[in-house]
Design a protein around this ligand. Structure first.
Ligand code: PLP
Length: 370
């Protein structure tokens, strides 16, 4: 069922028409890219064309692109395949936090930005590390100072991995000028199909393959490629790269939504505001409300939003991102994520705002009655 207002683009973005066409085109064809006959060679061409598009989106050479099943697998490949000790920021996605039990944690400040002094001290004490810091956070949209982080990491002989699952297609990525050595991208967050992603290796050794057997992806990831999803990934990556100019209009819509949310419910808190953020993401809190209740009430009204790290779990739990930022528990408990995209309409944001006002009134009257 299509909701009246789909404001959960960070969980999964609608399939772009170009990606839809590419997907259907490949599904109608037969061929394994590893086969030497004509059908196999045609499938191989599809994969290689998509590889070039993903590389262009990342600003990296095509031979550095390793296709995976998605962002989670690409993150695991980067971290588990590293010979260096690993450090990850405290606000990373669960797929990064859970990849290595032995990873050191880099703290963030109250604004959600990595504490550069703490990172530098860690590197000084431990020597070269693989440092994993996301370009932009999935819950708050907060953007990290990646180039400054890269300088610190490289000065100590380490390597930088960036999870760009939410950033790709929303901000310009240029691995070379930003000093990113390894980068994770996921197709379904930028308008491709679910089931494809990539780890892009710009410099240094490729990580040790975690899935072994066939020699696919130059031995970095065994298993027959998901050709249809990869074709859609390539089409979506091209459309995302050429459509980056839409970001400003999306940011204006997000800013209007935040202003209006604060007007209709002055107790509203915007978490992560005040530092550079993704154009499309808003983490709004209604102190005294329960995020799960807010998400359910919105859903009943046909509005899709999420709470906490809901894109991965389907259930609402305390946000480790907001905890790492030191957001008080009462505020974090009432925080939801609203994420927009280029085709979001003001009718959709208005629907959200009507419900936001209703929920704020409920919280206020509950408090008055207590
Ligand atoms: N990294 C970030 C920042 C994410 O937001 C997500 C998904 O929400 C992932 C990684 C996992 O990506 P995938 O769903 O492709 O496994």
């Amino acid at each position: 069922m299509t909701p009246a207002a789909y404001l959960d683009w960070n969980a999964t973005a609608p399939l772009r028409p170009e990606a839809h066409a590419a997907l259907l085109g490949v599904l109608a064809a037969t061929g394994n890219p590893s086969s030497v006959h004509a059908a196999g060679r045609a499938a191989r061409r599809v994969v290689e064309e998509a590889r070039a598009e993903v590389a262009a989106l990342a600003g990296a050479p095509a031979d550095g692109v390793i296709f995976t099943s998605g962002g989670t697998e690409a993150n695991a490949l980067a971290l588990c395949g590293s010979a260096l000790p690993v450090a990850v920021s405290a606000v990373e996605h669960a797929s990064v936090l859970a990849a290595r039990d032995d990873a050191a944690r880099i703290p963030v400040g109250g604004d959600g930005v990595v504490a550069l002094d703490a990172l530098d001290a860690m590197l000084a004490a431990r020597g070269p590390m693989l440092v994993s810091v996301m370009i932009a956070n999935n819950e708050t949209g907060v953007i990290q100072p990646v180039a400054a982080i890269a300088e610190l990491v490289h000065a100590r002989g380490g390597r930088l991995h960036c999870d760009a699952v939410q950033a790709a297609g929303r901000v310009v990525i240029d691995m070379a000028s930003q000093g990113i050595d390894l980068l994770t991208v996921s197709a379904h967050k930028l308008g491709g199909a679910q089931g494809a992603g990539a780890l892009v290796v710009r410099s240094g050794p490729r990580p040790a393959g975690q899935l072994r057997g066939g020699g696919q992806e130059q031995g970095s990831r065994a298993g027959t490629e998901n050709v249809a999803a990869i074709a859609a990934f390539g089409a979506a990556a091209r459309a995302a790269r050429t459509g980056l100019s839409a970001a400003q209009a999306v940011a204006r819509m997000r800013d209007r939504l935040e202003e209006a949310a604060c007007r209709v419910a002055p107790v509203t808190r915007i978490l992560g505001a005040g530092v550079p953020r993704l154009c499309n993401t808003s983490c709004l809190a209604l102190p005294g409300a329960e995020a799960a209740t807010l998400v359910m009430a919105m859903d009943l009204a046909g509005i899709a939003i999420s709470a906490g790290a809901a894109c991965s779990s389907g259930k609402v739990r305390a946000s480790h991102v907001l905890a790492a930022m030191g957001v008080p528990a009462e505020i974090a408990a009432g925080a939801v994520r609203v994420s927009l995209g280029p085709s979001t309409t003001s009718a959709e944001t208005d629907a959200f705002l009507r419900q936001w006002a209703t929920q704020a009134e409920r919280v206020a009257s509950r408090r008055a009655a207590a």
